[in-house]
Design a protein around this ligand. Structure first.
Ligand code: FEO
Length: 165
């Protein structure tokens, strides 16, 4: 059985993953509306991954004899101030999620819930991958500077980390 404290943070994490899914969907829609097909595909894929993350938390809680709460999710921003800004916002968001996952790791140890501690390690690895994937994109954007984004938009899907579908 999950402790009340873990139940609370895991439910909160469902909401955070759900918000990430909505945020990436908004970013995909914005990019598509701007004519960046590659970038929008990249964000649509991110959206799908975040939905998967949310489901993993729901299923894990239920598997542990709890009952996950399906949350109300805030509306993400509609507009972004440019391609670089959209990826900066994405990195900031992932850094926040990493802090949140680390907090769950800490609480699972405090509560001596080694099953959760073991299970959450997948997310620890995933966060490392997600942050580095967005950081790589930002590095490329910094190299391009104010240059033409056409090639970047064409090539971005090949920048997805190995194993990401
Ligand atoms: Fe599910 Fe990108 O954090």
């Amino acid at each position: 059985m999950l402790s009340k404290k873990l139940e609370k943070v895991l439910n909160k994490q469902i909401e955070k993953e759900g918000y990430a899914a909505q945020l990436y969907l908004a970013m995909a829609s914005w990019s598509e509306a701007q004519g960046y097909e590659g970038i929008s595909n990249w964000f649509y894929e991110q959206h799908k991954e975040e939905v998967e993350h949310m489901l993993k938390f729901i299923k894990y809680m239920n598997e542990r004899g709890s009952h996950a709460t399906v949350p109300k999710i805030d509306q993400p921003p509609k507009d972004f101030a440019g391609v670089k800004k959209v990826f900066e916002a994405s990195l900031e968001h992932e850094q926040m999620v990493t802090r949140s996952i680390n907090e769950i790791v800490g609480i699972s140890l405090e509560e001596k819930d080694f099953t959760t501690h073991n299970w959450i390690q997948w997310f620890v690895d995933e966060q490392l991958e997600e942050e580095s994937s967005v950081q790589n994109i930002l590095d490329k954007l910094n190299l391009i500077g104010d240059g033409n984004l056409y090639m970047f938009d064409r090539d971005i899907m090949s920048m997805r980390a190995e194993g990401e579908e």
